[in-house]
Design a protein around this ligand. Structure first.
Ligand SMILES: Cc1cc2nc3c(=O)[nH]c(=O)nc-3n(C[C@H](O)[C@H](O)[C@H](O)COP(=O)(O)OP(=O)(O)OC[C@H]3O[C@@H](n4cnc5c(N)ncnc54)[C@H](O)[C@@H]3O)c2cc1C
Length: 366
């Protein structure tokens, strides 16, 4: 049985950020990631300024990785798309590229990494944990950082509602004229029961990511083709963007029951990071910023010896305001009049758009 000081379960932005900070401080840390190599995730791939800043602090220069610049937000509802300037420059980078870059740095600064094996079981208490991996190896750890994202570890599920929306994501090669007019923008499309985001990635493909209420998806036969046809009818400008486009994947990636609004409030001995700590509605594109910040904050509290409860309070405070705004805007977007309201806000009220875009960010000096 191997023993480690800190075990990090999950190699997304939250787990990698924590592992980097702990390893840099000379602590013994082992990260377990169930995927053996690079892979895509259900994500809009919009990196906000707080995320870009935390990535830079961790050693990842998103621009050097080829990230696309985004400085406008558009709405595809209505007859003609409208757009407004964002009050900052954001980045668009595939999760495959981003998550790999973080894991590379984690190993370069001395974190141990086991890939291609999942944590199958976890038992114990702070100071005395035992995990079993999917290949039956056992590892003892003093502290466990749980960073499994949207996935629950058996017996350690978040205390969150199970009736949340479904997330779907698919990449496309757009027709050249459509790709050219999407450049520099994140475009939103609202529809009853959900919303979608479209933006170009570093390789020029377009990332289409959406959330939809499960009952709406069920009414469409739980069929991707049926959903796309319905979306094209609901938002014709999205149909134009996708006219002549070729999907990169045969089938979309999917995730069910996203617990938007969840914030971990009570302790169970684990340090919960990223989506295990808080799940912000995707519309505002701040989930990765929260994941990175939570990983860094948890590592800082661990190093300072201030404990998990202090960390949990700090991350709870940092997400409170962005969460409120994101829940409200997400709810408006998915309402029956959501498309019209988003269009009015972004087309006619640039001051309000900028205020919401700024207000839904994590505080940079937190
Ligand atoms: C529809 C949708 C759109 C989104 N769009 C955006 C956006 O545009 N911008 C943004 O900032 N955020 C966005 N988000 C949010 C963002 O994707 C997440 O907040 C972020 O990925 C959370 O990071 P994480 O490290 O907590 O989890 P993840 O990135 O999910 O990483 C968790 C890791 O744990 C691994 N794992 C899971 N279980 C185990 C196990 N048992 N053993 C070992 N490894 C395990 C997984 O393989 C994975 O690599 C979106 C989310 C959704 C659902």
């Amino acid at each position: 049985v191997r023993s480690v000081e800190t075990l990090v379960i999950g190699g997304g932005p939250a787990g990698a950020a924590a592992a980097i900070e702990l390893a840099r401080a000379g602590r013994e840390v082992l990260l377990v990631e169930r995927h053996a190599g690079p892979f895509e995730k259900v994500c809009g791939c919009f990196l906000s300024p707080p995320a870009i800043g935390d990535l830079a602090a961790l050693g990842v220069d998103v621009w050097a990785l080829g990230a696309a610049r985004i400085d406008r937000v558009g709405v595809l509802n209505g007859r003609n798309p409208v757009a407004a300037a964002l009050p900052f420059t954001a980045a668009s980078l595939s999760r495959r590229a981003l998550d790999e870059a973080l894991l590379r740095i984690a190993t370069a600064v001395g974190a141990g990494l086991r890939r291609g094996r999942a944590v199958a079981a976890l038992a114990g208490q702070p100071g005395d944990w035992r995990v079993r991996l999917s290949d039956d190896t056992a590892i003892d750890a003093r502290d466990v950082f749980l960073a499994t994202g949207k996935h629950e570890l058996r017996g350690w599920a978040r205390a969150a509602p199970r009736d949340g929306p479904i997330g779907l994501k698919c990449r496309w090669r757009l027709a050249p004229a459509e790709a050219a007019s999407l450049a520099g923008r994140v475009e939103l499309a609202a529809f009853p029961g959900g919303y979608a985001g479209l933006e170009l990635l570093e390789d020029g493909t377009a990332n289409l990511c959406l959330t939809i209420r499960p009952e709406r998806f069920a009414a469409l036969g739980r069929d991707w083709g049926g959903l796309l046809a319905w979306l094209r009818a609901q938002v014709p400008a999205l149909g134009h963007r996708l006219a002549g486009a070729v999907p990169v994947e045969d089938r979309p990636l999917a995730i069910a029951a996203i617990p938007y609004g969840h914030v971990a409030r009570s302790g169970d001995g684990l340090w919960r990071l990223g989506d295990q700590a808080a799940v912000i509605p995707s519309l505002v594109g701040e989930g990765m910023a929260i994941a990175l910040r939570s990983g860094r904050l948890a590592a800082a509290c661990h190093l300072a010896g201030t404990g998990e409860a202090t960390y949990r309070r700090q991350i709870g405070r940092a997400v409170a305001m962005p969460m409120r705004l994101a829940l409200l805007t997400g709810w408006i977007a998915a309402s029956p009049a959501g498309g019209m309201l988003l269009r009015t806000a972004i087309g006619r009220l640039p001051g309000l758009t900028a205020a919401v875009a700024r207000g839904s960010r994590l505080c940079l000096d937190q």
